[in-house]
Design a protein around this ligand. Structure first.
Ligand SMILES: [Zn+2]
Length: 60
């Protein structure tokens, strides 16, 4: 299988790429594209709903 970045034969060490350069290029592409995706994981920690139960003993 050729390197997806430049179509050279891939290196075992940098599979599926032919070199670190191509692997880095692809990673850079990935990071840029993922900027549009909101980081859900970090958001969740702030917005965990607290299990607030109203004081039911007042209703009785
Ligand atoms: Zn390459």
């Amino acid at each position: 299988m050729p390197c997806p970045m430049c179509n050279k034969s891939q290196d075992k060490k940098y599979r599926p790429f032919c070199s670190k350069r191509c692997a880095d290029l692809d990673l850079g592409k990935w990071l840029t594209e993922s900027y549009s995706i909101p980081a859900v994981e970090t958001d969740e920690e702030d917005s965990i709903p607290t299990e607030f139960t109203p004081n039911e003993s007042n209703l009785h």
